[in-house]
Design a protein around this ligand. Sequence first.
Ligand code: HEC
Ligand code: HEC
Length: 388
Amino acid sequence: MRPAWCPALLFVWGAGCGETADGAMPEAPGASPPMMVVEPPKTNGDDGMPMGNGQDASLDPDPGPKPDAHSGGQAPEPDASDTPDAAAPEPEIESPPALLSQTGLYADIGSETLADGVVTYRPRFELWSDGAEKRRWFYLPEGTQIDTSDMDKWRFPVGTKAWKEFTRDGVRVETRLVEKTDEGWELIAYIWREDGSDADADDLGMENARGTPHDVPGTTLCNSCHLGQPDRLLGISALQLWHDDGDMTVQSLMAEGRLTNPPAGPPTLPSDPTALNALGGMHANCGSCHTPEHLEVFDKADGLILTLPYGGSTDPTQAPAYMTAVGVAVDNALGDLPERIAAGAPDQSQLFYRMELPPGDEDGMPPTAVELPNTELITAVRTWIEMM
Ligand code: HEC
Ligand code: HEC
């Protein structure tokens, strides 16, 4: 059994969790800064404050001055000679804040009134989360723009925030936050209280939270996917927001002058709907890891790219997933299947084999964050491979 705090993915990757910070994964060649820090999430003494920050700061090329003790990093050991200082000023709100109500999502959490400038949105291709219902919100500070000079890698200004709420079997379980601060990115989950009055930050995660089968990931696990984008946000992109569904789309951002380089037109996508279905589904469910940006995974899976670019080709055989998988040999031929994808033959394809393994199997893909099979995507990929 892995220790409770050991993120499943690191365990699966064999990074182990019996180690300390010294057990950090080897850096990918040329990778700078380190792609992932493997260390037990920092325990936070007894003040109940989240400590997600230290970790993310270490991912930032220039994390700037170290935050003080209560915003993460190395909190000093409590000193026996320290006496509580009644005259100390109220601590400022931590980053990330301890309560969801302090993150800027709601003007009034009780009535769920959103704060000014917070908009709802929906990505075109969604991440499967065992059928949980999700709601998403985004905040771009007033007067700022998203740097869209690279349409596949948007860059966001300091102060940007996104939230995603998960409801499972009718129970609102958690709301996740990704926030860009001047010290780097914060990723953390807030677990809802029983009475629904607020939600508490929890950087260690929780299995079967709020009496549901839903597992809340710890901050280390967030990064295992979110490092797939240099600026962390995975579903707020040109590809994902070019549609007519939701308050925020590429078109609405363009109309408001929020993009430094507005795209000249809609994305160029594979014209075949069966291929698009499979490739779009893999973009969301596999592409956060299987991308050159995520050197750690990219190296291990030897250049397998499962993202869909904004300005790609209408010819599905030119899609990165096709080019890096069809007829390409795998390193480790599990199930005696030597090709990543054997054209026309899903059951001879390593990629399909690994998707079909039951969630939780250590060789299954995706390797984390699912307990129920994503049958829609499995069917889409099967149909796509069959028609090749
Ligand atoms: C298995 C990979 C994976 C893990 C683990 C994961 N995420 Fe995400 N997350 C995604 C993908 C893919 C999207 C975009 C698609 C969507 O929203 O359905 C996303 C979207 C989000 C969004 C909306 C903004 C955005 O990036 O598009 C937030 C906020 C978020 N995640 C926070 C977190 C936090 C905080 C954690 C850890 C507590 C976490 N996520 C863990 C893959 C992951
Ligand atoms: C959280 C990150 C992550 C996600 C999400 C993910 N993978 Fe992987 N994948 C890995 C890692 C790490 C490896 C290398 C280790 C291994 O082979 O298990 C890998 C290996 C693979 C391989 C073997 C490649 C080779 O040539 O050896 C295939 C095929 C694959 N993944 C397909 C998928 C598919 C399809 C999805 C989505 C349904 C997916 N992966 C989602 C991390 C991920």
